[in-house]
Design a protein around this ligand. Sequence first.
Ligand code: COA
Length: 173
Amino acid sequence: MPETILRRATPQDAPKLALLGATTFLTAFAADHPGQALVDHCAHEHGVKRYADWLANPDYAFWMIETPLGAPLGYAMLCPPEIDITPDPGALELKRIYTLPGWQGAGMGRRLIEAVIAEAKARGAPSLYLCVYTVNVAAQRFYARFGFEKVGQQKFMTGDVPFTDWILRKPLG
Ligand SMILES: CC(C)(COP(=O)(O)OP(=O)(O)OC[C@H]1O[C@@H](n2cnc3c(N)ncnc32)[C@H](O)[C@@H]1OP(=O)(O)O)[C@@H](O)C(=O)NCCC(=O)NCCS
């Protein structure tokens, strides 16, 4: 694997995050999600404007891993919880963590999640939540390795199609 660089994303990174976000969402869920739902979801949730708005908000933090030439390979997003259960006061959510197929299993996920956990602790969060598709057992094993445990479930809309996510929580004490 060539050298890869982890850094915090800046407002100028919205186009890179949009490209990487849509690409990784499509490759992660193409196997069992309808095509139109994927297109609709990515057009809205992975649009340049969506990322630009988040990057302008100090409550949201993004990390990227890229090549020395600036090609984006992986990203993670930390934000206030947007979950269907009542979170611990002051808790945060790991909203997205994705690395490109072909680059997975090389330690980028660990570097990203460790950066997110460190920042959540620095912000004084007592715990970190995330949501993961119930069918995505590979990601669930990854999260278990970092101490996340199931605390609930909720609906996740991809376009107009509902899917079921587990809600996981990791204490940060
Ligand atoms: C989940 C994901 C972010 C992990 O990133 P990654 O770069 O592949 O993970 P890493 O190589 O850093 O692995 C980190 C650790 O987790 C372990 N791990 C990674 N994937 C695993 C899996 N499927 N099962 C068990 N352990 C796993 C690794 O062995 C490693 O442990 P170690 O550091 O003790 O050796 C990445 O595989 C991915 O983007 N998957 C597809 C998209 C996705 O499902 N995202 C989450 C949506 S909720």
